[in-house]
Each structure stands twice: as C-alpha cells, then as structure tokens.
Design a protein around this ligand. Sequence first.
Ligand code: PMP
Length: 428
Amino acid sequence: MQTMYQQMSDAELAAALDDLKAQVAEVKARGLKLDMARGKPSPEQVDISRPMLDLLSSTADLTDEGVDCSNYGCFEGIPSARKLAGEFLGVPAEQTIVLGSSSLNIMQDVIVHYWEKGVPGYTPWHKLEDVKWLCPAPGYDRHFGLTQDLGIENVPVRMTETGPDMDEVERLVAADPSIKGMFCVPKYSNPTGCTYSDDTVRRLATMTCAAPDFRIVWDNAYAVHDFSDTPDELANIFDIAREAGNEDRVLAVASTSKITFPGAGIAFFGSSPANVTAAANTFKVGLISANKLNQLMHTRFLPTLDAVKAHMAKHADFLRPRFACVQEKLAEGLDGTGCATWTNPHGGYFVSFDGPVGSAKRVGALCKELGVVLTPAGATYPGGNDPQDTNIRIAPSYPSVEELSAALDVLVLAVKLVSAELAQEERA
Ligand code: PMP
C-alpha cells in the first residue's frame, strides 16, 4: 500500500515536508521527557498489591497445609502455590514447581540444562554442530537473548493474527532435526497482543518434529492479563499434547510479575511428570528451597484463580484507559494515511506498530530527539534485526494517560515526517 505522501505531487510533498518540519521544531523546543519503552506497571498500579505485604507478620501462622514455610524443605513449592500454578498453567498441581520470582530465570535454567546435559536419552545440545530455535517475530527480545547467549541460531518465524505462521513452523520442524525448540507467548503475545487460535495450539501440540527432543517454551506470562469485556480464550496445550503422546514437548512457565510485584513475585514451571522430575533434580543441585514465605504471602493474598482474576480486574482499570488512548491517538493521527498499521489487543502489555518499510529506526531516533523514548527499533526480532525495519513496540502501561497522550502525538508526528522523507527520497 502507498502512503499518502507517495501519492502527492512534488509540490504537495514539499509543502507537507515543510509543515511537518515546522511542527517537529516546535515539539523539540518544548523539551519533553517521556518514556514509552518499558513494559512495566505504573507505580499506582503496583500499589494495589501492597495489602499483600501486611499478610505476614511476626505473629502470623507460617504453615501451609502442614508445611513449615519458615524453614528448608518442600522443594517443589508449597501446596497452595502449586495448586495455583496448576490452575495457571493447565496441569495438575503435581506437575508444577514453584520457584523464585522470575519465569525468565526458569526458562534459562531449563534451556541451559538441555544445552549441557541434553534431554534424557539424547545428545546434549552443546555437542551438536548446529542447534536452531524458532522465534516467532515480532516477539520478546529477552527470549531471543536466552538462546543467542548459548550460540543457538535464532530463526525468525512470522507472527500472524492467530499466532506463528504454522505452515512455516510445520515445514521447518519436520525437515530440520537441528531445530530443538521454539518460544511461544500464547496469550496476549509480546508485543502483538494476539492470542494463539485453537488451531494453532493444536498444530503446535501435534506437529511432526524431526528432532525427537524438540521443546516448546510455552511462556504464559499474560495468562490472566485481560482488560477488555471480551477477553481472549487460550486452548489447553497440555490436554492436546497428552492425547497426541507429546506432553514432554511442552515447558510451560508463568509468574506473578505483572500481578503482584515485578521482580518480587512467584514463578511457575509446569510440564509432563517426567520433565518435572528431571527439572526438579537439576534445580535441586543449586537450590535447597525457594522463598516459601513469599509463596505463602502470595497464596494468602490470591488463594485461587478466581481471586487472581478479581485482582486483575483492578489492574485492568489502570490499563484500559491507557490502551484506549493508544488506539484513539493512532487512529486520529494516522488512519487513512497509509503510513501505519497497529494491533488492538484485549489484554497484555503491548501494542505492536508497523510503519513503512525502512522507517522504524528513523522514527525511534527522531522520537528520542524529541524527548520520547521507545523500545529500540529492531528489538522485537532476533539479533535486533527487523528485516523490513517497520516494527515498533509500544508499551503504554507506565506513563500517565496525559504523558502517554503527549508521547503518542510525538510518535504520530515522527511517523509522518519519516514517511514523507521516505517518499521524497524515492523520487530523488
Ligand atoms: N515473558 C514475557 C513474555 C514477558 O513479557 C516478561 C516480562 N514481563 C517475562 C517473561 C519476564 O517475566 P519474569 O519477571 O517472571 O521473569
């Protein structure tokens, strides 16, 4: 599709450029300082979990179903926390481990374990000449970092509105035994906000893989992070995988980072009985027991999935106006210009924005000059390499609605100026 600037006569385009440059000069003079880069809750949003901190005190009962949370023991996690983990991940409580505060940390531990020791019965991945990993893109940069750090080759796969391009995924995993795994954020994906369709989940759980030790990291970081009246539903991958004899394929994780306190929540791992036993045996080498007092505080505050959902409704009150502001501002500034498309998710923390080919880095740099920090362009692709240079991740949760509104005005202006400049350069 052509942008409105590409359709203009030379004189019209020159006039539009003059006008946009004048607006940019005006904004620059204002000396703004705004941040739309960070996918984290605002301070007021985090505060809704403060009452949790009052639930443990020097006089509180520190046992959970008979387990003393104030001492070593109960490595897999306290019973109430494992029950919650099971509900979160869609597996029985016995197929979960509740660990420290970070799901990213669990993903790294599991992947590094396979790298060093291998999936039981198979060659350790570090001994193989070639190890590849599928990375739906745009996706989460920290995922890509986990595999890149080990020297695993990240292979981007296009994201669609129903999840990764499954024709491509099936073709790749069926043909290439060096593809050992794949990252998935199946609900309110980071950054597109899409939820995998039932068909995508079924195909992932049942597809034929050339590598028998193929693993899916099923990162359900946004499992309960709805902010719309029509929340997305995600199919239970374990039920389908179990039926197909592929339950070992799925390594599920989640955490309460964006439910209670980022960096100080509790993190969940769930998988097949065999994988959970193997993972526990590995984790046990370096950990006597996780912070069970933190687990206890969490489950006293959020004892059931229903309690979690009621708590998430309070988070939604903060997020809804911010995401609405993004949609309004982008529609107002860019609808009908042919310069951009963007997602409109029902939950999660991000909006994925695409400008014209070759625009994202320039838009990011111009926004920075104008005082607005965005997630670095390219970060949503493995190796920071967005081949079309179109994608920008918008993270609206942290700023106030007023700050966000001002930041989006700047983004819209930057996208228009860069689009007009690209149209001009095409003619030169
Ligand atoms: N997975 C995804 C998809 C994320 O967006 C994030 C960041 N919030 C994480 C994992 C990190 O989670 P944790 O704090 O549990 O490590």
